[in-house]
Design a protein around this ligand. Sequence first.
Ligand SMILES: Nc1nc2c(ncn2[C@@H]2O[C@H](COP(=O)(O)OP(=O)(O)OP(=O)(O)O)[C@@H](O)[C@H]2O)c(=O)[nH]1
Ligand SMILES: [Mg+2]
Length: 384
Amino acid sequence: MATIEAVKRCFSCGAMLQCEDPNAEGYINPEIFNNFGPESLLLCEHCYSEARYNQTPRASSVSEDMLAMVRDAKAKDGLIVYVVDLFSFEASFPPELVELLTGMRMIVLANKLDLLPEKIDKETLREYVAHRFRVAKLSVTHNDVYLVHLDAQADVAEIAEEVQSRRQGKDVFLIGSSRAGKTAFRDAFLRCFSNISHHPIVTSNYGETDLPVMHIPLDDHSTLYDSPGIELNNDVRGVVAPSLRRKIVPNKAVKARKIIMTKGMVVAIEGIAAFYLKEGKRTPIYLYCKEELHVSTFSYKHLDDNFFGKIKGKKLKVYDPNHIDSNDFDAFELTVTENGERDIGIEGLGWFSFEAGSQVFALLVPKCVSIYTSRAKIGKKHGK
Ligand SMILES: Nc1nc2c(ncn2[C@@H]2O[C@H](COP(=O)(O)OP(=O)(O)OP(=O)(O)O)[C@@H](O)[C@H]2O)c(=O)[nH]1
Ligand SMILES: [Mg+2]
């Protein structure tokens, strides 16, 4: 006999739940759908992401085409030149990419050195970059890291030589997040390059993929590929309205702003993000973000008026004019368990350094943006 079953609907929008088409209405991950009993109230993915559920810290994601290219690079034993933006790269390692890169030969170009204070200790910074790669489970030492500022005058002859000797006749793949400076490296590389092959430099899709890639022939049998970047989808730079992007991306060295935080005090960076000291003793912090961004401090009691109220009243820059509600922020609590000088960062917006002392910080960040904590990148020494 035919059975009749009620169709499961999204508890919020009422769409019929389905696990087949992620782009169609009512999509829900089959694992979630199958793991919850018939009595459970379920949300479709769209409503879940709109609702007041935290989505971070989440990893950035990478396209299937990019993965196909890296898979090919691995099969060919190619050399990876991984470009990162020193201002913010700490949470930009997609796990599926990392898995493929494991075991591959790699040079890291830590670019935009001009955005950090001039007097920093370069060796410590190289070790920091290598450490962040190791945190992401990529085996990189400070000898693999080059600190660079890839402006129009950059001289990369030494790096080009290192690439030549390390690649052992194999292909070279320039990869990294969007806007990290891959093309800036390619341009600098071309300034000290002469084409000894019988092939022209061309831009075409990589292999069977739809990835437009510039092919620079290194000899008749090998090529350097400049690939499009990995999307900044867990980064403030990727979620802000385009008109705001240049207002948060620094164009000169960032300077620390020293703020003494006491328990219950909030620090708000425009209407884009805020953090407060939930537990812990008086803590001086050194905040690094674009100088032009307005930073305000107030008591947690006034968070609604001084942050969300001002966002709604258009008195603060907001990350997206269509996202001005408290639901549009993810909220996190971070308990500091380490010792020594630490950073807490908001991917793409900046970070603050402080001396660890079992503090509990709470952070409000635009939905889907990652936060991270690490040893100090440059520390408080450069604070005013
Ligand atoms: N301040 C600073 N800006 C840089 C530096 N290198 C590149 N840029 C800027 O960063 C932006 C992105 O540089 P690209 O070289 O296009 O970055 P990309 O990695 O090729 O980006 P996609 O191709 O989009 O993935 C551009 O506006 C560059 O001018 C640098 O050393 N310092
Ligand atoms: Mg590029």
